[in-house]
Design a protein around this ligand. Sequence first.
Ligand code: 4HQ
Length: 261
Amino acid sequence: MNFVVLTIFPEMFDPFWEHGIVGRAIDHHKIFASTLNIRDFAEDKHQVTDDRPYGGGSGMVMKPEPLAGAIRAAKRKCPDAKTILLSPQGRVFDQAAANELAAFEGLILVCGRYEGVDERISHELIDDEISIGDYVLTGGELAAMVVIDAVTRQIPGTLGGEDAAEKDSFSNGLLEHAHYTRPQVFEGRSVPEVLLSGHHGAIENWRLESAVLRTLLKRPDLLESKLLSERELDTLKKWYRRIEEIIKNYHRDHRAHREKK
Ligand code: 4HQ
């Protein structure tokens, strides 16, 4: 995977390229990463990249010529790459999108500043428009880092361990099960007994149940749109019956209570 980022703030990416999984992926040549400074493609002597909007109003717009020059240079460097504009108007980025983008030869990520880029850039030069969520950033740089981070960890050999991406939240449409490490008792709270048992089948069952219940409580929207396995469905049914039992007993006890009065 070849990432080329187009930005007027290339220095923002220096620490990003150096740390963690992304840094290691670069060191091990699993990914290639570079930035092009859009300012270098401005023709005038002050290398201006923004201008006032036609029609008036506040804020500035990214001029098209430097952006077009930068995109064309990136495409020459990486001809098979997909060119993505980071924008709140794009399709909202999710795990499925990260997986899909990980299959490309390269990604050219175009980061705007100010109010955005001149509309005429998108027609010929942009293949895809992506938003990282429904909120407004001051520039596309953080959004590009989010996309690069999530795509990188989907590339085989980047995660270390026996490719942990398959066990993640969302890879099966559920949130992950709870995690525990030492000490066995922390501030009076113990690690669930089953995790110390060494009984792999029981641990596997507990984790499945933990994942289903956490998803139900924290992100019921994910459960509603997911095709459930037989075991996942059994977990939901088991807890449904348990909750029904609690409610039934509650009503029975309250009737007894009322009849006493
Ligand atoms: N931007 N997801 C860049 C965003 C954004 C988002 C606002 C992009 C400012 C110039 N990008 N413009 N949300 O808020 O990707």
